[in-house]
Design a protein around this ligand. Structure first.
Ligand SMILES: NC(=O)c1ccc[n+]([C@@H]2O[C@H](COP(=O)([O-])OP(=O)(O)OC[C@H]3O[C@@H](n4cnc5c(N)ncnc54)[C@H](O)[C@@H]3O)[C@@H](O)[C@H]2O)c1
Length: 333
């Protein structure tokens, strides 16, 4: 009989439920425990998915001999929870961004690599059929311009209104587009950003910026822009997009499809499964086999992408371009 994989959750809110919904049909997955500092959330999750509730994840890790843990807490708790999992030698799926504190995030990456643990950062776009077809369509060809766009509204979850916890839209949301851009167009070397605030969102508890304009330089020669806003309404754009402009053709990747624009028309390929499916399957497969081959976004990739978006925040604060490699060195020294 196949041994069951003992899976746990730290943070039992929206994303934990989303991931549980995607993996509960795997025949060898057993949800064993969930921990949330909010006892009601922990108990509701445990009742829904048939597992044990905890309010202290360290106790859960000590008692439950887990094979894999999903870390779905607010962002500033990610690295600390990851280090606790590493101490117990448990594989981990960590929500993005890796953490707002790059020093703590780097410590986690080093510990995970030293111990050879299975670990994935949830940059799920890289696992989609659309992304993989875009990679093949572009196949390293020269790119003139990368245009990233995410129109959005005030985040539906209230702690995400606070820039100290969430880091703003580029860090929390457009990180997916930035990650797609660097995966396809190559390393991002320098960022230059301008944000504004209190233009349209004037609630006291809304401390995020309203509009985000980011310029990107790529090592291979492309230039890029990333535009985003929390000004609008959720119906405005169901499909955040990454456009790659090549000679006489454009490849557009969204969370739902990829399109190829040429002088003769537009070809389109839609994703056949929800966006988070691929990364979840990759994680479970890696836990099952002990082989990380299915993982496209190990924690080091998450650290690098998180450094780019936090460098954008530094640039917006100082008004100066920021060299990403220097920023990462400084922040992890
Ligand atoms: N990959 C994606 O596309 C995607 C989408 C949305 C959110 N996220 C990320 O997922 C993470 C969770 O977001 P969410 O939308 O599920 O938020 P949420 O508020 O619904 O869930 C977070 C849960 O963590 C709990 N919590 C807080 N501190 C904790 C701690 N120290 N230990 C255990 N539990 C703790 C909260 O009580 C809450 O139940 C965030 O980092 C967010 O950026 C990723």
């Amino acid at each position: 009989m196949t041994r069951k994989l003992r899976i746990g959750f730290i943070g039992a809110g929206r994303m934990a439920n989303e991931h549980a919904g995607l993996i509960h049909t795997e025949p060898d997955v057993d949800f064993v425990a969930a921990s949330d500092t909010d006892a009601g959330r922990a108990e509701a999750f445990a009742a829904k998915w048939g597992c044990v509730a905890y309010t202290d994840h360290r106790l859960m890790l000590e008692r439950e001999r887990l094979d894999g843990v999903y870390i779905c807490t607010p962002t500033p708790e990610h690295a600390a929870a990851g280090l606790d999992c590493a101490e117990h030698g448990v594989a981990m799926y960590i929500e993005k961004p890796l953490d707002l504190d790059l020093r703590a995030a780097n410590r986690l990456v080093e510990e995970v690599e030293r111990k050879g643990l299975i670990a994935v950062n949830a940059l799920q776009w890289r696992y989609s059929e659309a992304f993989r077809r875009a990679e093949a369509l572009i196949d390293g060809a020269p790119i003139a311009l990368v245009n990233l766009r995410w129109y959005w509204t005030r985040p539906p979850i209230r702690w995400m209104w606070d820039r100290k916890i969430v880091g703003g839209q580029i860090v929390d949301q457009s990180i997916h587009l930035v990650d797609v851009a660097r995966a396809i167009a190559g390393d991002i070397t320098v960022v230059y950003a301008a944000y504004n605030e209190r233009q349209v969102n004037q609630e006291d508890e809304f401390t995020n910026w309203d509009g985000y304009a980011l310029t990107l330089h790529f090592a291979r020669g492309a230039v890029g822009v990333c535009a985003g806003t929390y000004a609008l309404f959720s119906q405005i754009q169901k499909e955040p997009a990454a456009d790659f402009c090549l000679r006489d053709r454009m490849v557009r990747v969204t969370d739902k499809r990829v399109q190829l624009y040429t002088p003769t028309g537009v070809e389109e390929w839609a994703n056949t499964v929800p966006l988070h499916t691929g990364v979840n399957r990759a994680f479970i497969e890696a836990v099952r086999t002990g082989d990380p081959a299915s993982i496209r976004t190990p924690l080091r990739t998450g650290l690098e992408t998180t450094a780019i978006v936090l460098a954008a925040n530094r640039s917006a604060a100082t008004g100066q371009p920021v060299t990403v490699a220097d920023f990462l060195c400084e922040e992890t020294a």
